[in-house]
Design a protein around this ligand. Sequence first.
Ligand SMILES: NC(=O)c1ccc[n+]([C@@H]2O[C@H](COP(=O)([O-])OP(=O)(O)OC[C@H]3O[C@@H](n4cnc5c(N)ncnc54)[C@H](OP(=O)(O)O)[C@@H]3O)[C@@H](O)[C@H]2O)c1
Length: 241
Amino acid sequence: MTQSPAQPHARTALVVGGSRGIGAGIVRRFAEDGASVVFTYANSPDPAHRLAAETGARGVHADSGNRKALVQAIASLGALDVAVINAGLGLIGDPLTLDADAVDRLIDVNIRGAYFAAVEAGRRMNEDGRIIILGSGLGNAARAPGATPYGMTKAAMQGLTRGLARDFGGRRITVNCIQPGPVDTDMNPKDGPFAAPLHAGMCIPRHATTDEIADLAAYLAGPSAAMITGAMLTIDGGYTC
Ligand SMILES: NC(=O)c1ccc[n+]([C@@H]2O[C@H](COP(=O)([O-])OP(=O)(O)OC[C@H]3O[C@@H](n4cnc5c(N)ncnc54)[C@H](OP(=O)(O)O)[C@@H]3O)[C@@H](O)[C@H]2O)c1
């Protein structure tokens, strides 16, 4: 019998960075599963409002690069059962010439924002809660030149996941990291200029869909995953195998 009766239904879920792409797919999936869902957004109010109308989820403006606003927004939500830390920026290029302000912003959103969001969500979380962090296969391996700053931020998600799994395990909160490969979103469209070289390095040469990532998130959020914690779950069609 499952010791940890985490219920996928009637739970309160937060998706940090949920207006588009993978985050929006997870919002849809959790809402379909009966959860009460809140998501944050920063730069896409129109998609956020449409998603809220479509799913019944509530959108809250909170820039993950603004620590005080982010922490305040999460603290205002009350008790949580599930938190998905998804907000992230992409940045690829030669580290010798990349714009330093863009690298700073990447670190602010992808690392600082993820850290403070995960910690604040953990503070508010009920027992048997679930924290799911979006990393990347590029946290495992630099598969091509130009991935240094982005890969660095995603490798940091591995340390965040392992550390918080220890820190929050006493309350039976699991903390896991989903590491996608190419997923068809605005960040990495399946017909974009990087698609062909990405597919050439994969065992299963296609982009994943946001639904495929949402399925894994729903599994991790559910009762069957109560003993999975501190784990990196790579879902990349073999891109980094
Ligand atoms: N697509 C891929 O191939 C892929 C592969 C591996 C990992 N990932 C990771 O998966 C996550 C989602 O990626 P995606 O492909 O869905 O990207 P996307 O299509 O660019 O969507 C990014 C989402 O994050 C939100 N976001 C970005 N900056 C934010 C900020 N400062 N504050 C709050 N929200 C913010 C965006 O909201 P607004 O537009 O409202 O700001 C949007 O909802 C990221 O962490 C990414 O690194 C993606």
